[in-house]
Design a protein around this ligand. Structure first.
Ligand code: CTP
Length: 402
C-alpha cells in the first residue's frame, strides 16, 4: 500500500453500529504514517468510547463545540484548516442530511461547513434508509459539493437484515485514501476502454449460462484510470456494484455478442483497451422463446463458440494503441498466459490464478502477475483489488511513457 506519511487526517465518527470500525481505521491510518485527530458526535459515543479512540489516535477526541463546562470554545475552523483530508466514517443518514442542508448543530457539522480540505464520506445505514429518496438526494447534493462519497457494501446490517448499507471495510477505505493521495494525472487526455463483469447467455427466457465474475477488478481499474485523469468508457456485464463516478460513458451489456458489438465500436477511438470481462466462450446454439419444461430425464444443450473479442481487437490494433487482456488459469498458468499474450497480439496480460487463496472471482483481494510483450514479468502480492488496479495502471503508464 502506498504510504500516508505526513498526511493529517481528521476522522469524523457518527452514531452507527459501524462506529466500532473507526478504531480499526485509526490503527490502519497510523500504520500508514498518517496523523489522526478524531471528532465524534454525541451518538457515536454510545457505540464506541472516546477513550478507545483517543488512545489509538494519541490525540484528544473532540465532541462538543465547547469544553470544560462551556468555558472554552473548540476552534472548528482551525480543525478544518489543519486537515489534509476530512474523512467521515461511518457517516450516518442523519449527519449526511445535515451536511447536505448546511445544518450546523454540533462540532462535526461545524467543522464540515468550515473545512477547506477534501471531504471523503463513507456512509453506513440500514438498506431502507439508504434507498430512501431523501438520502439519495442528500448524497447527490454532497457529490455536487465535490465531496467524495464512497459506496456502501452489501451484507448483514445492524437490523439483522441483509442488504445494501454496510460501511465499506476499513482496509478498503484506507486503500482509497492512499490512492487519492498517490494518484498522478499521467493519463490525462487518454481514452480508455474497459470491459468488466460476466456475460449471460440465454437458454430460455428464465435461464442463462453465466460465470462467477463480480466485475470488481474491472471496476477498480476504471476508478484507478479516472483518478489518473483518463476518459473512461466502461462496458459492463450484469454486476452488483455501483458505476464509478466521473465515467465518460457506461454501456451495459448482457451477452458476449452484445459485448463484441459494443467493444469493437468503441475500440477504434481508444488509446488503451483493457478486457477484464469474463466472456462466455460458448453460447446456446438456440435460445428457446418459451420456458423449457422439465419433461426429459436428461437434457442436452448444444453450444457454439462465441467470438474471441480480444483476438479480434488484437487483429485491428494500431501502433499507437495498447491492448491489455486477462488470463484466468488453473494449470500451466504462466505458459498459458504467455501464449494468450502472443496469440491475441496483446501488449500486457494480467495472469490470475484461481489456485491462489484470496485471488480471482468475487473476492475483494487479488494476486496477479503482469506479463509484458517485451518479456518483463511483475508479480504483485495479494492486495485489495483497488490497490492491484492502481499498480496495474502504474505499469500501463510506464509502458505508455517508455
Ligand atoms: N476474452 C474475449 N472473448 C472471449 C473470451 C475471452 O475477449 N470470447 C478475453 C477475456 O476478456 C480475457 C482474455 O480474453 O481478457 C482471456 O480470457 P480467458 O478466459 O482467460 O481465456 P480464453 O481466451 O477464453 O481461453 P481459455 O478459456 O481456453 O483459457
Amino acid at each position: 500500500m502506498s504510504s500516508l506519511k505526513g498526511k493529517k487526517i481528521l476522522l469524523g465518527v457518527c452514531g452507527s453500529i459501524a462506529a466500532y470500525k473507526s478504531a480499526i481505521l485509526i490503527r490502519l491510518l497510523i500504520k500508514e504514517g498518517a496523523t489522526v485527530k478524531v471528532i465524534m458526535t454525541r451518538e457515536a459515543g454510545k457505540f464506541i468510547s472516546p477513550l478507545s479512540l483517543s488512545t489509538l489516535s494519541k490525540n484528544l477526541v473532540l465532541s462538543e463545540l465547547t469544553i470544560e463546562n462551556d468555558s472554552l470554545w473548540n476552534n472548528h475552523v482551525e480543525l478544518g484548516l489543519w486537515a489534509d483530508l476530512f474523512l467521515i466514517a461511518p457517516a450516518s443518514a442523519n449527519t449526511i442530511s445535515k451536511f447536505a442542508n448546511g445544518i450546523c448543530d454540533n462540532l462535526l457539522t461545524a467543522v464540515y461547513l468550515s473545512a477547506r480540505c477534501p471531504v471523503l464520506i463513507s456512509p453506513a445505514m440500514d438498506e431502507d434508509m439508504w434507498a430512501h429518496p431523501s438520502t439519495k438526494r442528500n448524497i447527490q447534493l454532497l457529490k455536487q459539493y465535490d465531496n467524495i462519497v464512497l459506496n456502501v457494501s452489501h451484507g448483514e446490517l445492524a437490523s439483522g437484515l441483509f442488504g445494501k448499507g454496510r460501511m465499506m471495510e476499513p482496509e478498503e477505505i484506507v486503500s482509497r485514501i492512499s490512492l487519492y493521495f498517490n494518484s498522478s494525472q499521467l493519463l490525462k487526455g487518454k481514452k480508455i476502454l474497459i470491459s468488466a463483469g460476466p456475460t449471460y447467455e440465454s437458454i430460455d427466457p428464465v435461464r442463462f449460462i453465466g460465470n462467477h465474475s463480480s466485475g470488481k477488478m474491472g471496476y477498480a481499474l476504471a476508478e484507478a484510470c479516472i483518478k489518473n485523469g483518463a476518459e473512461v468508457t466502461l462496458i459492463s456485464g450484469p454486476v452488483n456494484i455501483s458505476t464509478p463516478e466521473r465515467l465518460k460513458k457506461f454501456i451495459p451489456i448482457k451477452t458476449a455478442d452484445e459485448l463484441f458489438n459494443a467493444t469493437t465500436k468503441a475500440f477504434t477511438n481508444s488509446d488503451i483497451t483493457i478486457m477484464a470481462a469474463a466472456v462466455a466462450d460458448y453460447k446456446p446454439l438456440n435460445t428457446a422463446s418459451n420456458k423449457i419444461k422439465k419433461k426429459e430425464d436428461q437434457f442436452k444443450i448444444e453450444l457454439v463458440k462465441t467470438k474471441d473479442i480480444l483476438s479480434e481487437l488484437g487483429k485491428k490494433k494500431k501502433k499507437n494503441q495498447l491492448l491489455i487482456g486477462f488470463a484466468l488459469e488453473t494449470e500451466n498458468e504462466l505458459a498459458n498466459a504467455k501464449e494468450k499474450l502472443k496469440s491475441k497480439n496483446l501488449d500486457l496480460i494480467i495472469l490470475n490464478s484461481l489456485k491462489d487463496d484470496g485471488a480471482g472471482f468475487g473476492t475483494d483481494t487479488n494476486k496477479v502477475t503482469v506479463i509484458d510483450n517485451g518479456g518483463k514479468k511483475k508479480e504483485l502480492p495479494l492486495k485489495m483489488k483497488t490497490e492491484i488496479a492502481h499498480d496495474i495502471v502504474n505499469i500501463i503508464i510506464s509502458k505508455l511513457y517508455a
